[in-house]
Design a protein around this ligand. Sequence first.
Ligand code: SF4
Ligand code: SF4
Length: 375
Amino acid sequence: MDATRITGASLGAARIPSGPLDKLAAAAARVAGDGALVFGPARDGSVWGWKLCEAADVPQSDLWERLVNTDVSPKELFMPRTEDIARWRDRLRNLSIAEPAAPPPVVVLGVRPCDAASFDLLDEVLIEGPFSDESYRRRRGATLLITWACGKTGPACACDAFGLAPAAAAGDLMVYPDGNELLLSALTPKGLEVLGDLTGGSTAGEALTGRVDAVAAALNAQKTAVGRRLALDDLTANAAGLTATLFSSDIWTELSPRCLSCGTCTYVCPTCYCFAINDEPRGGDGRRIRTWDSCQFKEFLSMAGGHNPRPSKVERVRQRFMHKLNYHPERYGKFLCVGCGRCIVSCPVGLHVAEVGEALSRAAAAAVSAAKGGE
Ligand code: SF4
Ligand code: SF4
């Protein structure tokens, strides 16, 4: 297990009774800033997603005992499914362009560790990379993440395959269930401020920090159904020419006929970030919007003139898995997958990202072995 992906230094700890979380939510909202909105898991019909919580309907802590994870990832709080880039008025006479107002501060109460880790991956691409995404950057900067360690893994969880674990430390403040209590551990100065607000400044000493470490270690010892970690080195730079070898592997022609090109895997994924930009003119006025898109759609790379660099499912399925399992790891040193399991339960034909990763690892090992045999 890569310790850097599951542990985070605690800046302070506290314990609170389990049950109502309105005081925790209120403290976090005060720290997040004026007008902060608190979002928590909520069900819409049969689908669990994220909803604005008024003070009276902040979930109670037992929700996280019953719910493995939301069906909809919290990504949409930072990268909405559809958002305005700009609006224009009177284009033909006196053009004026208005950009969206600054987003309000947001508290996300109870993301799972895999989802909190997904934001670290997106931050590296969308904030720290060469092309900063202004909309995402502003929303993330105004956010306080409260992460809820998993007391049990679900049937589709695969966090351990990707170097994470059920209580991997991520976000601003970690919550660990501990009998009738909740242990809180601050990972960032914002998280520490929440603890200070909640406890009147008396965060605990070594004994409680030791208890936090013990509870986290016990939770992190849980295995998922996958239960094996994919080795990053197997799929990246260890072998010269490995990307080209995996790119031309027979795996893609074997797997791709099953894919329906429905795009579900990419829409539920917290680490997918493809989007499209469209203009919507209405007379002289209009708006430029960006919407989620999917590399699994045939039209995704269609160009004017009709050329399409990924014309068949072979290229599109390969793109999705190679991006997560080889291209991104080559560039950033991490898989672009946190093993949340959403695509695993949602894919109608059962294409399983950890299983594809294992198949690719075997193909990579065979290529390395063949190269050594030829030396
Ligand atoms: S690829 Fe699948 S398991 Fe990995 S983060 Fe995306 S939805 Fe979750
Ligand atoms: S969810 Fe499955 S069938 Fe649909 S596009 Fe993704 S891999 Fe293909």
